[in-house]
Ligand binder design. Sequence first.
Ligand code: ATP
Length: 257
Amino acid sequence: MSDTVLTCENVGIRFGGLQAVKDLNLKINKGELLGLIGPNGAGKTTVFNMITGVYAPTEGDIILNGEKINGFKPHKIVESGIARTFQNIRLFGYLSVLDNVKIAMNKDMKYSILNGMFRTKGYWKEEFEVNSKAMEILKLFDLDNYKQYSANTLPYGQQRKLEIARAMATNPSLLLLDEPAAGMNPTETEELMNTIKFIRDKFGITILLIEHDMKLVLGICERLMVLNYGQVLAEGDPIEVINDEKVINAYLGSGGA
Ligand SMILES: Nc1ncnc2c1ncn2[C@@H]1O[C@H](COP(=O)(O)OP(=O)(O)OP(=O)(O)O)[C@@H](O)[C@H]1O
């Protein structure tokens, strides 16, 4: 079996007259940590939106573990094994930390509405299992002590961590992180870097990451791809890529995004 988890073949998308992404060719191998960078408006989030089924590409194919997934609805993409976090935190703020993780595990639950209404033995058994699994995940992220807190009462860095924990609860083979360090202070960013490395090493999960924070990018990414005006400008070893003249010029041209 191939080690490739995700392939994008000549992927593109057009919004009216704007070609937001063009001829994207991308391969990510199992366990790889790949960074997707580029100036503001380069098309990075649009790539995530196509991979996760928010937008269907107007050109090309997206293949996950050998299966063509372009055109799948977002919930089907989650079932296929892709999880993501967003630029702006999207937690259920008034729900508990534990419930935020349990909701993400919904796709694994099998009990029917009737089982739930009448609180059958099957319901309690499944509820117990889901609870235990959610607690295990919270422990991994050092969030178990906050399980009863409303998500929106956690400090910012912990909320970002909870988002990743929630994404991991869907048991993905590919995790997409959209600017996970946005708004974090240096200590929180450092902790986040350790968390990302930890989940990659512990679960052998494949991670594609959009980030503007170069310390984080260079600290954890093994390979970088740079987008500019929707096209790949450079790709390869992170240090070589960020020293590439084309890349420097693209960032300077955008005001150093
Ligand atoms: N739904 C949409 N309709 C029209 N244009 C869109 C849509 N989504 C994105 N775009 C445009 O596509 C281009 C790429 O946007 P995108 O958000 O992917 O960039 P980005 O690299 O993620 O930027 P940033 O770093 O600022 O988040 C931009 O010109 C944007 O305005």
